[in-house]
Design a protein around this ligand. Structure first.
Ligand code: ATP
Ligand code: MG
Ligand code: MG
Length: 350
């Protein structure tokens, strides 16, 4: 049987591995950490650093196709791997979404709305950006940010100095603050022959910068639902994308604003495990393996809740009889760490 390679060994890699196993594939992860969520379920684990050319070469040779569970993979490592084995989604999609500035440039180029934005490297850039965009605003590092890390909010021009300090010299982008009514996301998959299947948009609530719940159905009109799915398809096509992607959207009176895109399966798509016959992980594996996509239509209403830090200690009490529990096998329930999630089915889809 064919072997699917996954760069990264976190919970997304673990759930991709499980989906791939169910489809009869062997899985092989590349991850520097020894004890990681995906290492408990993958068939093979290349435990090495991304600078280890020899290990990367062996890993690539062991795999028939390679994917990733996080977007911050060093470019040099990808060059080595790609010379041996195909990577999906493609390098251009990865490069675009690794950097918030190029991501917003791309979205603007294909006609989508983003928050007003400007690149910032120096205090002077920031002054200019504030003049242009106004306050309130958010300064974000261009690269590597997740779960609200690497961000600084500017409520007044006086916050500029602190915001520059928070960036610690990293290139950043200033974004105008969007007064959205709700946040939603669309998880979409594009197959190798260009077919697209998008899951129903989910409504997201964050706590302390970390996703707390995703609820389906989202409070959207029929027209908004269609819009959200079509713009996601536009993004997938424009990037000639193969695999599953998460698109985060702000709902505003003037339409959707794209917050960010993630070139991978997405936390806000975990509800699909309980809400659809084919979930986001299986869709991704099907896409990168060159299979036809499955039916991603939603049969149930679901609330997905992340178990962060010691939330996990409240199990099984917080799980109702209609709650599916997913734990990632992480040993220590550190503050802010995603330990698992629960999917509660709240009814049949209307
Ligand atoms: P993730 O874990 O989703 O990758 P991240 O660290 O990349 O998060 P963002 O998604 O950019 O961070 O921002 C986190 C949250 O902060 C958003 O979901 C939204 O609630 C809020 N936020 C971000 N940018 C803006 C903005 N321009 N206007 C208003 N709220 C924003
Ligand atoms: Mg992000
Ligand atoms: Mg986000």
């Amino acid at each position: 049987g064919a072997t699917i390679g996954i760069l990264g060994g976190g919970q997304l890699g673990r759930m991709l591995s499980i989906a791939a196993s169910r489809l009869g594939f062997k899985t092989c992860i590349f991850e520097p950490a020894g004890d990681c969520p995906a290492s408990h379920v993958a068939n093979y684990h290349y435990k090495a650093d991304y600078s280890d050319t020899d290990a990367l070469t062996k890993f690539a040779n062991a795999c028939d196709v390679i994917t990733f569970e996080f977007e911050n993979i060093p470019t040099d490592a990808l060059d080595i791997i790609e010379a041996i084995t195909p990577i999906h989604p493609n390098r251009a999609a990865l490069a675009t979404s690794q950097d918030r500035f190029s991501e917003k440039n791309f979205l603007t180029r294909i006609g989508l709305q983003t928050a007003p934005y400007a690149a910032v490297e120096t205090g002077e850039d920031l002054e200019q950006a504030i003049d242009q965009i106004g306050i309130p605003a958010i300064l974000k590092t261009r690269r590597m940010g997740y779960d609200g890390k690497g961000q600084s909010r500017l409520m007044s021009p006086d916050d500029a100095v602190q915001a520059m300090t928070d960036m610690a010299g990293a290139p950043a982008v200033l974004e105008g603050f969007i007064n959205f009514s709700v946040e939603v996301s669309v998880i979409g998959t594009r197959s190798a022959n260009g077919a697209i299947s998008c899951f129903d948009p989910g409504e997201n609530v964050h706590r302390n910068g970390i996703l707390h719940t995703t609820t389906v159905p989202a409070k959207l009109t029929r027209a908004q639902r269609t819009d959200a799915v079509l713009l996601t398809a536009n993004i997938l096509n424009a990037l000639d994308y193969v695999g599953t992607m998460g698109v985060e959207l702000f709902v505003t009176p003037t339409g959707f604003i794209v917050n960010e895109i993630a070139p991978r399966v997405h936390n806000s798509g975990h509800w699909t495990q309980a809400g659809c016959a084919i979930d986001q992980f299986e869709q991704h594996i099907r896409a990168i393996a060159g299979w036809p996509l499955g039916d991603g239509s939603r049969h149930s209403n679901v609330i997905m809740e992340n178990l962060i830090g010691d939330d996990v200690n409240r199990l099984p009490d917080i799980a109702k009889t209609n709650t599916a529990i997913h734990l990632y096998g992480k040993a220590d329930a550190k503050l802010g760490r995603k330990m698992g999630h629960i999917n509660t089915v709240t009814g049949a889809s209307a």
